[in-house]
Design a binder for this molecule. Structure first.
Ligand SMILES: [Zn+2]
Length: 300
């Protein structure tokens, strides 16, 4: 398989979506497997290890869900032509679908990994691992995730140089102007000379999930609040009150950056025309926010 063909395969992996729901299972497993391939030269990974190490990634970088299924991407990636399972026993599938139960994968020590053809391509083109990781990040996660996620899977990439241009470069400028060049949470507006530093335009509904480059889907946020918003440490109610997650904790910084704003109104845009749309806020609450929210603020 040529590097170009492999990139094509990675772009076309089918990500399960029901309506607007995020399903980062396959992208996260691929990033994890690329990290293992780069660092240890491993192709086949025992399911027990994958379960133990992928689970925290799904919990931290995936949407809030009742249960966490590492066994789904581990098996379903085989349908995308780049992954295979290795086992000696006949595996019992679940009633009603073709997935093998998690207990079966563990009992029979099933291993999974890139096919030999894919693995050979990765080994003979060392730069390809970084390119594929960037491709996956670009397609599925906002930029505020990149450094932490790459670190979590052990991939060292200088990604700043490889970032793609935004589809609409004017989005940042329009959003910052709408919010009078200050953070909509804390009011931060520091300049170095005449240049604004560490103030960013955030998408409420991610670009990767089809969120539009419009002011009504944007917020001007300082770098810290941008990251905390994308990671789901806080969200907004339909009335534009800030709601902080009960899972946010810590001693230094928690009050200064988060809980002191809980229940306060957003420092909204100058024009009512640019107020965030409820449909985008609703997506953020369901797919990004790590609920439940702290008390005294009603989320819906
Ligand atoms: Zn801020």
């Amino acid at each position: 398989m040529s590097p170009e063909e492999l990139k094509q395969h990675i772009r076309q992996i089918t990500v399960w979506r029901r309506g607007e729901q995020r399903a980062p299972h396959k992208p996260l497993l691929l990033l994890y497997a690329l990290g293992r391939c780069l660092n240890n030269g491993e192709r086949l990974l025992p399911y027990g290890e994958v379960d133990r190490e992928l689970r925290p990634l799904l919990i931290e970088y995936g949407p809030e869900r009742k249960s966490c299924h590492t066994e789904y991407p581990f098996q379903r990636l085989t349908n995308d032509g780049i992954w295979e399972l290795q086992h000696s026993a006949k595996l019992e599938t679940r009633v009603g679908n073709s997935d093998v139960k998690k207990s079966e994968l563990l009992k029979h020590n099933v291993a999974g990994g890139f096919t030999e053809e894919v693995f050979e391509t990765l080994r003979s083109h060392p730069a390809l691992i970084s390119e594929l990781a960037m491709e996956i990040l670009n397609q599925h996660f906002p930029q505020t995730f990149y450094a932490d996620l790459l670190d979590a899977v052990g991939l060292e990439i200088q990604f700043e140089q490889t970032l793609r241009r935004r589809r609409d470069p004017a989005f940042r400028e329009r959003v910052l102007m709408a919010y009078q060049y200050r953070c909509a949470v804390c009011g931060y507006d520091l300049r170095l000379g005449s240049v604004q530093v560490a103030l960013e335009a955030a998408h409420i509904k991610w670009h990767q999930a089809g969120g539009p480059d419009l002011e009504t889907n944007g917020l001007a946020l300082c770098s810290m609040h941008h990251k905390l918003f994308d990671r789901g440490a806080f969200t907004l109610t339909d009335e534009l009150q800030l709601c902080v997650s009960q899972k946010a904790n810590g001693s230094t910084g928690l009050s200064e950056w988060l809980t002191s704003f809980h229940g306060l109104p957003l420092k909204g845009p100058q024009s009512r025309d640019n107020l965030p749309l409820n449909e985008h806020l609703d997506w953020h609450r369901k797919e990004v926010f790590h609920g439940p929210g702290r008390t005294s603020v009603r989320l819906s």
